[in-house]
Design a protein around this ligand. Structure first.
Ligand SMILES: Nc1ncnc2c1ncn2[C@@H]1O[C@H](COP(=O)(O)OP(=O)(O)OP(=O)(O)O)[C@@H](O)[C@H]1O
Ligand SMILES: [Mg+2]
Length: 212
């Protein structure tokens, strides 16, 4: 059975799809990876279409499917049987799909941009993960290397008892540029700082993802 990692955050635009695509692409080099898009915006499905065009390969080393409603649970089980890792990109709300995706997860990753508005909007997502008794980790996204806002965001998360990863993703155009081509930054720019960030994130998550 696969390890299921759901990326969830009710706040729109926090970086859910970016995070799923980056992790899935980086790990697909060495593991059997599936990514499930349960967001009707279908951004991940479009990323996979771009991936096939760029890599000129039928599967591009990665399975991407989408589904909605109550079929989400069945689809997660199906993908789990044939893969080592299943990443789920969830929609920016807490309706059926998001809840089922969190329920099925071994680990819930919650991208948060270091700003008070984003932090305040994260409460319902953390509450949902807690209600489903999931392991949860916050990943700071679009984070500056240093600064007061970053320090205060980390301090607030610590005060609230929310486990936050040391690894974070910076605000880098490399992420969007890779997405446009259906790639991860570890593929499009393997020597970039962005690629280092993704590898550091994977290393910190070794308990769930294994060693690549
Ligand atoms: N670390 C980053 N650096 C630069 N741009 C980023 C980063 N993370 C995300 N973005 C950009 O921010 C926007 C939102 O990102 P993304 O679509 O991944 O968020 P989302 O949480 O999936 O959004 P939604 O809630 O609409 O599904 C996109 O334009 C994406 O390219
Ligand atoms: Mg998205």
């Amino acid at each position: 059975m696969a390890i299921v990692v759901t990326v969830a955050q009710q706040k729109g635009g926090a970086g859910k799809t970016t995070l799923v695509a980056q992790l899935a692409a980086a790990l697909a080099a060495t593991r059997r990876v599936a990514a499930l898009d349960v967001d009707p915006q279908a951004s991940l499905v479009r990323w996979q279409a771009a991936r096939k065009a760029t890599l000129q390969a039928a599967a591009a080393g990665l399975t991407v499917t989408d589904c909605a409603g109550w079929r989400v649970g069945t689809e997660i089980s199906r993908l789990s049987r044939g893969h080592d890792l299943v990443f789920i990109d969830s929609p920016p709300h807490a309706e059926t799909e998001a809840r089922l995706a969190v329920r099925a997860a071994d680990l819930v990753l919650v991208p948060v941009q270091p700003s008070p508005l984003d932090l305040w909007a994260t409460g319902p997502t953390l509450a949902m993960a807690e209600a489903e008794r999931c392991s949860v980790r916050v990943v700071l996204n679009r984070a500056p290397a240093r600064g007061r806002l970053l320090d205060e965001t980390r301090a607030e998360l610590t005060r609230s008892g929310v486990p936050t990863l040391a690894a974070s993703l910076g605000n880098r155009s490399a992420y969007a540029a890779a997405m446009q081509r259906g790639l991860g930054v570890t593929e499009s720019a393997p020597k970039s700082v962005a690629a280092e960030e993704v590898r550091a994130l994977i290393a910190e998550l070794a308990d769930w993802l294994g060693t690549p």
